[in-house]
Design a protein around this ligand. Structure first.
Ligand SMILES: Cc1cc2nc3c(=O)[nH]c(=O)nc-3n(C[C@H](O)[C@H](O)[C@H](O)COP(=O)(O)OP(=O)(O)OC[C@H]3O[C@@H](n4cnc5c(N)ncnc54)[C@H](O)[C@@H]3O)c2cc1C
Length: 388
């Protein structure tokens, strides 16, 4: 086994760090006040996020994970994992927009399941950061049990007509296109009866925004007779559920990497604060009640790191590591949240303030314990591997 980060990926990380420092940090510093009070959607912050996407796409980082055939760099899953980790560890709120994964608004290899003659219209503009998308699987009656979706698609001439209601869809308000999952054979459902469709914005309408505890808010989507051509099916008719699971599994190294980077950021902040702040005549760091929880954080971060890198490596070997994906999604989201909470405690009252460095991260991590397969669903997969 070789645990070293390959040299070319170390060089890629360095150039990404330079990009973050030179092209993202200055925007973040100019907008410090707005970023503290505002959410990522709407107004100056959202304009700044779009500018970061534009700059990063131009330099190539945003879509580095996409193949060269559509304008990406074909960077491996491990390489992308390292970039996602570094963006999160930078603590830059806008840093999360500099690389598309794990955000569902950016390009995903799932789009490559469209026929090639549609790539110029739908895939390359998303790779260039000119358009964004959303991933519409969840419905009011089907969340964890995703194969219970009710949205239906029926054949209509050369195309399909879709009817249904999706909710909790990230980036639905801004997206130019949606990947929508619909039932095409109610008898078969997950076993060959769900299909993925590319639905352009004009064919569906966006309902109410659903405000969460974090800074970005999903929305409802309504499909009332949405019509798409036959070539707007992603992959094969009936194979959409497999595509959805493949998309979610492949994304888990990136969610893990974001958790890893955010946990490292929280620990960096807490260590610096524990050394600088004094109480009872000495730095907080000199109290074991402060230093031992931080030592726990460090040990857990190293466990997260190697689980996550290993998953990325396995994906790069062409494996479909479903169990490892579930372990990473479960362990990294739960540990990162616990680490952020411990680190916040070190800041005392300041930890609870919007202007404190960790409050926002804690809210974001709380969301990650539920989205894209809640922790309990990952534990179902893990317990099944034990024959339970
Ligand atoms: C901010 C946000 C963004 C999102 N973005 C998207 C998106 O872009 N696209 C998309 O398609 N979806 C998205 N989702 C949906 C998300 O993936 C679901 O919320 C999630 O899968 C859980 O589904 P649910 O909310 O319906 O909860 P439910 O399925 O109702 O589950 C409720 C609770 O019961 C537990 N539970 C359910 N079944 C079991 C079981 N068998 N054993 C033990 N426990 C169980 C769950 O773990 C959970 O704790 C988003 C959600 C949020 C909140």
């Amino acid at each position: 086994m070789d645990f070293r980060v390959p040299e070319e990926l170390a060089a890629l990380r360095e150039s990404f760090a330079t990009f973050l420092a030179r092209r993202v940090r200055p925007i973040e510093e100019t907008l410090a006040d707005e970023l503290e009070s505002a959410e990522t959607e709407g107004g100056a912050v959202s304009d700044a996020a779009r500018e970061v996407v534009r700059r990063s796409a131009k330099e190539g980082f945003y879509s580095a994970h996409m193949p060269e055939s559509v304008g990406g760099w074909g960077v491996s899953t491990l390489g992308t994992t390292l970039l996602v980790e570094d963006a999160a560890r930078s603590g830059l709120r806008l840093g999360m927009f500099a690389i598309a994964p794990p955000n569902p608004s950016g390009p995903t290899p799932l789009l490559l399941e469209l026929p090639e003659h549609l790539w110029d219209i739908y895939v390359r503009p998303v790779v260039r950061g000119e358009k964004t998308m959303c991933f519409a699987l969840t419905e009011p009656e089907a969340g964890s049990d995703a194969q219970a979706i009710r949205t239906k698609a029926r054949p209509d001439g050369d195309g399909w007509v879709l009817d249904g209601h999706k909710h909790y869809i990230t980036n639905a308000e801004q997206a130019d296109l949606a990947v929508v999952f619909a039932v095409t054979d109610p008898e078969k459902r997950a076993a060959g009866g769900i299909t993925a469709f590319l639905v352009p914005r004009g064919q569906y309408h966006v309902g109410k925004k659903q405000h969460t505890i974090a800074d970005s808010h999903p929305s409802e989507i309504f499909l009332d007779g949405a019509r798409v051509e036959g070539d707007h099916v992603l992959g094969e008719v009936g194979k959409g559920f497999l595509s959805a699971m493949r998309f979610l599994n492949a994304g888990r190294a990136y969610i893990g990497a974001q958790c890893l980077g955010l946990a490292e950021y929280c620990l960096d902040q807490a260590v610096a604060h524990a050394q600088a702040r004094t109480a009872f005549g000495k730095p907080l760091a000199k109290f074991q009640g402060v230093s031992f929880p931080l030592a726990d954080c460090k040990a857990e971060i190293e466990a997260m790191r190697w689980l996550t890198y290993h998953l990325a490596w396995a994906v790069d070997q062409g494996e479909q590591p479903i169990l490892d994906s579930s372990i990473v999604k479960y362990y990294d989201t739960e540990r990162a949240y616990a680490i952020a909470d411990r680190c916040l405690q070190v800041f005392g009252g300041m930890g609870l303030l919007r202007e404190g460095p960790i409050e926002r991260v804690l809210r974001h991590l709380r969301v990650l314990r539920i989205v894209e397969g809640a922790s309990e669903i990952q534990k179902l997969v893990i317990s099944r591997s034990l024959g339970l």
